[in-house]
Design a protein around this ligand. Structure first.
Ligand SMILES: Nc1nc2c(c(=O)[nH]1)N[C@H]1C(S)=C(S)[C@@H](COP(=O)(O)O)O[C@H]1N2
Ligand SMILES: [Mo]
Length: 253
């Protein structure tokens, strides 16, 4: 069963401080933005649904126009399935690499910054319809971290965990080794802030943005794909933009 697309579930405008609202953790998705908080709709489910269908309708008519409705700068919406996410900085952040590898590792932010950085500029596409064109991301190729760890021959997949304590993602090993998959440290030519999943998030350029796990804390090499948070709730594991989640925009020829 595929959940309704418009919101990945239930969107709650959470305002600039998603941590302040007290709804249960789990299905809840905070559609807060730095600017939307002024709408003050967090308390009323019917109003939430109203806003949701308003946004969804706009998305259906004009996926790119939707972003213009959201006064949060750059067209991004804030998403977190966790009500509260701790902050990590250069001192406290660690990224572990483990599982089916010969050399498990724990990277500090400085370690990651010291590695060669790759810059990609692509459109960001959320499966719910909003899109942000030409967004620069910079970071370390995931393939580099996998090579450094020494992936064992039986490995087939990679699982990602997050320091929000809730979200997870996964890729096949082949997908994970693509040159357009990064552990991103910068986005929109700035260090990635807390709201966008900083100090480091996954960036899977060719797939819908739910693959790009924010607040990345763990990379575990596994022998099979374990569906991630949204995938357990009906979204495709292979989330190629335009060729998944019921959107088969491939040429008809
Ligand atoms: N840890 C975590 N990562 C996540 C999510 C989330 O809720 N938690 N939401 C995903 C979805 S559905 C989208 S569209 C993007 C949103 O990224 P943004 O908040 O930087 O716009 O993050 C993805 N990564
Ligand atoms: Mo999304």
């Amino acid at each position: 069963m595929k959940p309704e697309h418009p919101s990945h579930g239930r969107d709650v405008p959470g305002g600039g401080d998603p941590d302040a609202r007290g709804a249960p953790v789990g299905r809840r998705v905070l559609l807060g933005t730095l600017g939307l908080g002024a709408l003050g709709l967090a308390a009323a489910p019917s109003l939430q649904r109203g806003l949701e269908s308003l946004l969804a309708g706009a998305a259906d008519r004009d996926p790119t126009g939707l972003t213009g409705l959201l006064p949060n700068g750059g067209g991004f919406r804030y998403y977190s399935v966790a009500a509260s996410v701790p902050r990590k900085d250069a001192r406290s952040y660690r990224l572990t690499v483990d599982g089916l590898v010969d050399r498990p590792a724990a990277y500090t932010l400085a370690d990651l910054k010291a590695l060669p950085q790759t810059r990609l500029v692509r459109d960001v596409q959320c499966v719910t319809g909003w899109r942000v064109p030409g967004t620069p991301f910079e970071g370390v190729r995931l393939s580099r971290l996998l090579d450094a760890a020494g992936v064992r021959p039986t490995a087939r997949a990679v699982r990602f965990t997050c320091f929000d304590g809730t979200y997870s993602e996964s890729l096949t090993l082949d997908q994970a080794r693509r040159a357009d998959v990064l552990v991103a440290l910068r986005m929109q030519d700035e260090d990635i802030g807390h709201g966008h999943g900083g100090p480091a998030r996954l960036y899977v350029a060719p797939m819908y943005f739910y693959k790009s796990a924010k607040w990345l804390s763990g990379i575990t090499v596994t022998d099979e794909v374990e569906p991630g948070y949204w995938e357990l709730r009906g979204y495709d594991v292979d989330a190629w933009v335009g060729r998944s989640n019921g959107r088969d925009d491939a040429p008809t020829s």
